[in-house]
Design a protein around this ligand. Structure first.
Ligand code: GLU
Length: 297
């Protein structure tokens, strides 16, 4: 709950319900919970189910049960992104009205061809930087997706509380990125920025894989005129081959409760002190406050 006297802090854990939590996603949940508690702030849970084809029935309920079994209880009923389409449509309309979003008729194949024609042949599996083909109109192609029109200088510099100063030239690596996909699915980048703003999120604590999305999210926050939260990206949990664990690929199923909580605390460099989970969490809040003092600034 919001702490008396301290500056307002709102944090969140935003799982995609593509499967049950694994150790990596529990680490993200725990890190965001600890940061909120250490700051006397609010901790929210948001179910990020915009990409319906990737979601699994029952996964959201399972995730909430797993969190509860670890003693991580949100301070408000969880938001569910599939109920937020109107808000995303308003955001897109606002960007369109200011010429900051445009319709795109390009298929992946057309983007590859345009990049090759510019001598920028992508490697298989590469994220394709959008070459800007539809920036000035569709030239007869049917509209498929909606993209953000990047500003002339789309280099973003930001400072992460753990990994330090980051700098990214979004135009070069990604280009005008998608806000609404050709299959009518709202893009993660748009949904996350609209919802973080609507929920008043001041602090984002999540896995380091999402650091690569942060510059895009900051450009979108600026375009929409909403505040930028502070960011803390946590170390990823990797499997024996060094790959990030993934819910959808059925990473080692997590039996919620003491052993999982103990493993997640250890991954965050914290000790499980005390006789049971509630005591471990209380002592972990104090350890976290000492490790990350800037959260309560
Ligand atoms: N829904 C995203 C995921 O499960 C996380 C989004 C975020 O924390 O910004 O990977």
């Amino acid at each position: 709950m919001a702490g008396g006297g301290r500056s307002r802090y709102v944090g969140r854990f935003a799982p995609s319900p593509t499967g049950p939590l694994h150790l990596g996603s529990l680490v993200a949940a725990l890190g965001s919970w600890l940061d909120a508690r250490a700051s006397g702030g609010q901790w929210l849970v948001r179910i990020e189910d915009v990409d319906a084809p990737r979601c699994r029935d029952g996964a959201a309920a399972t995730i909430l049960q797993q969190l509860a079994a670890c003693g991580l209880h949100p301070d408000a009923p969880p938001w569910v992104q599939s109920r937020r389409a109107t808000a995303y449509a308003h955001a897109l309309d606002a960007l369109r009205a200011r010429g900051l979003a445009y319709a795109c008729g390009c298929s992946r194949r057309a983007i590859e061809q345009a990049l090759c024609a510019q001598g920028r042949a992508p490697e298989p599996g590469d994220e394709l930087p959008y070459p800007g083909t539809c920036r000035d109109g569709l030239r007869g192609a049917p509209p498929r997706a909606w993209r953000l029109r990047l500003p002339d200088d789309a280099t973003v510099q930001w400072s992460d509380r753990r990994i330090g100063v980051q700098r990214e030239d979004v135009a070069r690596r990604i280009g005008d990125f998608v806000l609404r996909r050709a299959d009518a699915v709202w893009a993660y980048q748009l949904a996350v920025v609209v919802d973080d703003a609507a929920q008043g999120v001041t602090d984002v604590v999540r896995g380091e894989d999402l650091a690569a999305s942060t510059a895009r999210q900051m450009l979108l926050q600026r375009a929409l005129g909403v505040p930028t939260p502070r960011y803390l990206h946590l170390p990823l949990v990797r499997d024996a081959q060094g790959r990030k664990l993934s819910k959808s690929e059925a990473a080692a199923p997590l039996r919620p409760g003491a052993p999982a909580l103990r493993a997640a605390l250890r991954h965050l460099g914290l000790r499980a002190q005390g006789a049971h989970g509630a005591e471990w969490l209380a002592s972990a809040v104090a350890q976290w406050r000492a490790a990350w003092p800037s959260a309560a600034a």
